[in-house]
Design a protein around this ligand. Structure first.
Ligand code: ZN
Length: 456
């Protein structure tokens, strides 16, 4: 609900007293409160109605005191109390006040002042009339250092934001901006099974741009040769990545280092040596060996360490692919040995026959096992892509989606997917969840990447 904080005007007198009534602070004049000075009052309005009010008094040039503060109970929880308190503190600060006294009797109110504004208890004061809580006969006197508060408040707010970012990889509310990673091609799909899989560099570039323009900021890339077979040929990656960086500045290009078809380190790591505009921002790092139905993907610990080390040396962020709990365990091993550092980006892949099945329980176990300072996305293989994408969206995680993981759009396998349609479906669902899409700038900051695209 939209409210406005404004200076009170003379007509607000009765409305302010009505706001104080549920709190038994409406006896004005009384021995506790002789008068209201509306020049020193702020009100919160929704439309024309006054739903909250708070005042102050200047006691001496450097000493101020808050007077009443109340919100109509049905409008609590909107941040109105804090906004009124901030407004009157700022007014006192402008008037030269350095020290603010507040009297309160409700234990929750006393805690609120201490927690949010740095008050401490300095004494107590006997009530002279029944005001506020009738069974408490004294006020607790609180005091705060206004100069210190004004100096530190931006820093405190930044620290709170940073803490959430580092310690809660998936806050439910408010949702973090959504990162969509589109896996366009993969190792397996060919023109035999779907006309929509992009194969040539030109097709991959066009598909990546369509996906980016639909909301995917990260593109997961596999190159194919003239015959449509997977290839580690760096010249193809060079063309794809440099064109994408030029056409869509800030797009995050993630190159595969999969070893399913060429097991040697040199072939797998070749793409990491590209320079300038062709250098990938990220590269995939599968955190263990596993079986796909189409064959094994063998990743020894030594191979994973060498790839991770090369990425670190080259300033390329790994896309940490985890299919099971043990793979997250290995990520922690790499991190404590310094081979992974800083913000980590995990993709959790569920529903492969020989690794973690696509259940919400497994997704939850995997996300809870992640090390701190991580962000995560999730996908399901085949028919599990959509439900795991939706679970990740709801859980505050991010999404990987694309033809690499499922060539079909529907469970019946009657409609072949395009990458663009898969991205657009995720965007529609996110929109219903009121989940914003990450901008290029937000994407790079959330992933711990440099803020602008590299230039040659
Ligand atoms: Zn891949």
């Amino acid at each position: 609900m939209e409210y406005r904080i404004e200076k009170a005007n003379a007509d607000d007198y009765q409305a302010i007293l009505r706001v104080m009534e549920p709190w038994n602070m409406h006896h004005v004049p009384s021995p506790e409160m002789e008068s209201l000075n509306l020049n020193n009052f702020y009100v919160a309005r929704i439309g024309e109605a006054v739903v909250g009010a708070g005042g102050y008094r200047i006691l001496s040039p450097e000493h101020g005191k808050t007077t009443l503060l109340g919100i109509i109970p049905e409008f609590s929880g909107l941040g109105i109390g804090k906004a009124l308190q901030v407004a009157r503190l700022e007014a006192m600060y402008r008037a030269g006040v350095k020290r603010v006294t507040t009297n309160a009797d409700r234990p929750d109110t006393i805690l609120w002042y201490k927690k949010h504004f740095g008050y401490r208890e300095v004494g107590s004061l006997t009530k002279v009339a029944p005001f506020s809580l009738v069974d408490v006969d004294h006020w607790t006197t609180l005091e705060m250092d206004l100069e210190h508060y004004m100096r530190m408040r931006d820093e405190h707010a930044a620290r709170r934001r940073r803490y959430i970012e580092e310690n809660d990889p998936a806050p439910l509310a408010p949702y973090p901006p959504l990162l969509i990673n589109v896996c366009l091609t993969g190792m397996v799909p060919t023109r035999l099974s779907t006309p929509h899989v992009p194969i040539t560099p030109e097709e991959i570039i066009e598909d990546a741009i369509r996906a980016f323009d639909s909301g995917a900021r990260i593109v997961h890339l596999h190159a194919r040769d003239e015959a449509g077979r997977p290839t580690p040929d760096v010249s193809r990656y060079e063309r794809i990545i440099s064109t994408l960086h030029r056409e869509r500045p800030g797009i995050v290009c993630c190159a595969t280092t999969s070893g399913r078809n060429w097991p040697d380190f040199e072939s797998r790591a070749a793409v990491l040596d590209l320079e300038g505009d062709a250098k990938p921002d990220m590269a995939s790092l599968t955190l263990g060996s596993l079986n796909f139905q189409s064959g094994p993907s063998v990743n020894s610990i030594e191979m994973i360490e060498r790839l991770a080390m090369r990425m670190q040396e080259r300033g390329i962020k790994p896309e940490l692919e985890a299919f099971d709990l043990g793979m997250i365990n290995l990520a922690k091993y790499l991190e404590r040995n310094g081979i992974l550092q800083g913000r980590k980006y995990f993709n959790l892949l569920l529903g492969n026959l020989n690794t973690a099945p696509a259940t919400l329980g497994n997704l939850s176990n995997l996300t809870e096992a992640l090390p701190g300072n991580s962000v995560w996305g999730a996908t399901g293989i085949g028919q599990f892509q959509l439900p795991i994408n939706v679970a990740a969206l709801t859980a505050g995680g991010h999404v990987r989606v694309g033809i690499e993981d499922s060539i079909y759009y529907d469970y019946n396998k009657s409609t072949l997917a395009t990458n663009q349609a898969l991205v657009e479906r995720v965007v529609r669902i996110a929109d219903e969840l009121q989940r914003p899409l990450a901008s290029v700038r937000q994407t790079r900051s959330m992933l711990g990447l440099p803020p602008v695209a590299r230039t040659v």
